[in-house]
Design a protein around this ligand. Structure first.
Ligand code: PRX
Length: 572
């Protein structure tokens, strides 16, 4: 696709001389931006909030919060006070100490951000959970991490199987009319009396900061641990890639239950002292455009599915709003189709910049920078300080234009530090040559641009959310009618992929639309709405290996009407 001549971006940018900077960059340069490089006192929450509350940004708005009911804003000074209070509530009433896992399970609201920052100030490891998670998903995560404290709302409490979670010592409830008995603490009441003075727990760069659970193709979701050192890359990529400057108003649409919503919904912008817009509630094209207009959003970070849904809503609705404040738009999570970039140019007069990274990588690694020519369909080039390559299954680097494993040389600042309680899984990400292997297949062209081709494993990306087929299959098998289940991602023009389940029924059950709906609702209620199969197809029998593993690649071939390939391991 040819891009018409348009200014690459309105405003200037940091990586003006990408090639030169890439050739010589060393992360120790970014470390000099932090006071801890001199004082030795490390805490991400201090760098993101308190530091600004003590400098010229004191009265600058840090957080604009908006949902259908609430419309609030907080300066950096107010964020410092509120997060100190939240820290005191957690310390005094829930005995939170350094290293404790504090989970947060609730919809976006200012209190979520106060508590996340307050818990980090105490040196706790935070674990944000997406509000759509149902009981099974919540239980798996709290159990595996042995969370000591959960911060949630009364509405979500019935999805928390408290009596099955012996490590859970306190539940902090944010809502009205809370009864403080047993392990329950009334957040609002305790905030009122809490002090604004809090002594920050200074930690080491290698101390735990955040646990994000994410799915692979086998087993339950795994806890990806990031440490305070990640802030170096959060802060630096927010400059290079998001292009954040003092006067920007920034909006990242991702929920903090996913890594984008923390690395770039909390840390990146605030480490740079930038005003951050948080919008709660559901996706709605009009509301979204209205937010851009009202707040004068200049830098906007979202995902291909959202852009495709906006595209689907038509261009008429855009005309009702003045979106001229926008100067930079970015995307993450799934392949960004050239059509979407074309649409973005038409309606915003701007190119949407793709960025590639993963929960495990903690921050952006391969991106289209404001300062360089983007190639629609390509994820861009690695950030300075990051070596990316395409390697074969033995870890040998492949020449340009050859498809293989997208791999990154170990050692960038925000690389995951561990998989919680699972050192073997952690090791399995690495290959000889110190390569971190992403699980994505890609190729690199002669100019060093990387092109995404697909997942090497069976992980499904639906609406930008990563879903492990195993988790869905396990839940399906709990349904009384289901004898066998296999789950795949089926290509979808809006959502990237949708979840499709193939199911063999138990004797005595008849296929029917009611049964399909019943199974769907069962998964939805047990896991989460986004994990429920949109399509269910019944088959008498599913293809299995002789060891009994469902052969998802055969299911995929059925679905796409492709040849099924080598069936020598199939049971009969
Ligand atoms: O397959 C890649 C896809 O999302 C996976 C990582 O998912 P998750 O850990 O949930 O993180 C998503 C947001 C950081 C990757 O292995 N992915 C991410 N970004 C892109 C992408 N696929 C294509 N293009 C991208 N820009």
């Amino acid at each position: 696709m040819k891009l018409e001549a348009l200014p690459v971006i309105r405003g200037n940018y940091y990586l003006e001389n990408y090639d030169e900077q890439y050739a010589s960059y060393d992360w120790s340069e970014a470390e000099k931006n932090f006071s801890w490089s001199e004082t030795g006192k490390v805490n991400l929450a201090y760098e993101a909030i308190d530091r600004h509350a003590e400098n010229f940004r004191k009265n600058k708005v840090a957080l604009y919060y908006r949902d259908g009911i609430r419309n609030e804003k907080y300066t950096f000074k107010e964020m410092k006070d509120q997060s100190n209070k939240a820290g005191n509530v957690l310390k005094t009433h829930a005995n939170v100490e350094k290293g404790d896992r504090v989970f947060i399970f609730m919809p976006r609201c200012p209190e979520l951000y106060f508590s996340v920052l307050g818990a980090i100030k105490l040196g706790a490891i935070i674990g944000p959970l997406f509000e759509a998670f149902m009981e099974g998903a919540v239980k798996d995560r709290l159990e595996d991490s042995e969370a000591k404290v959960l911060i949630t709302t009364p509405e979500l409490l019935d999805r928390v199987p408290v009596d099955q979670l012996p490590a859970l010592k306190s539940i902090v409830l944010i809502g009205e009319d809370i009864k403080e008995e047993g392990i329950y603490i009334d957040f609002r009441k305790r905030m009122e009396e809490a002090s604004k003075q809090l002594e920050i727990e200074w930690v080491d760069l290698s101390d735990g900061l955040i646990l994000h659970y994410t799915s692979g193709s086998t087993g339950k979701p795994k806890g990806v641990l990031h440490v305070h050192k990640a802030m170096v890359q959060h802060a630096q990529t927010a400059k290079w890639v998001l292009d954040l400057k003092e006067d920007d108003v920034y909006w990242c649409t991702a929920d903090p239950g996913w890594v984008t919503g923390t690395s770039y919904g909390i840390f990146g912008p605030w480490l740079n002292g930038v005003s951050n817009v948080i919008v709660g509630g559901r996706f709605n094209p009009e509301t979204w455009y209205k937010m851009i207009e009202e707040y004068g959003v200049t830098v906007w970070y979202s995902a291909p599915t959202a852009f495709r849904m906006l595209m689907g809503a038509g261009d008429e609705v855009i005309k009702k709003f003045d979106l001229s404040s926008l100067r930079h738009i970015l995307s993450v999570g799934e392949p960004l189709n050239p059509e979407v970039i074309k649409w973005g140019m038409k309606v915003f007069g701007l190119r949407i910049h793709d960025t590639w990274w993963m929960t495990e990588t903690g921050a952006q690694l391969i991106c289209n920078y404001p300062s360089m020519e983007i190639k629609p369909g390509s994820m861009g080039k690695p950030v300075p300080g990051v070596k990316a390559a395409i390697v074969d299954d033995q870890g040998n680097e492949l020449p340009p234009n050859r498809m293989g494993n997208l791999a990154i040389k170990k050692g960038w600042p925000s690389m995951m530090a561990a998989i919680w309680n699972n050192p073997q899984k952690y090791e399995s990400y690495f290959m000889p040559g110190d390569w971190y292997v992403s699980g994505d297949s890609a190729y690199m062209d002669e100019e060093g641009y990387f092109w995404f081709q697909g997942r090497v494993d069976d992980v499904i990306m639906t609406s930008g959310e990563r879903v492990g087929p195993f988790e869905v299959e396990s839940k399906l098998l709990e349904h009384p009618a289901v004898a066998e289940a296999g789950v795949i991602g089926k290509p979808d023009p809006v959502r990237g992929e949708i979840i499709k389940a193939f199911v063999a029924l138990m004797d005595g059950y008849e296929a029917s639309d009611e049964l399909i709906e019943d199974i769907r609702v069962f998964v939805k209620k047990g896991l989460a709405a986004h994990a429920a199969p949109r399509e269910i197809e019944f088959r008498d029998k599913l293809p299995k290996t002789r060891s009994g593993k469902i052969m998802r690649r055969v299911l995929k071939a059925w679905e796409l009407e492709l040849p099924t390939g080598d069936l020598s391991t199939m049971e009969d």
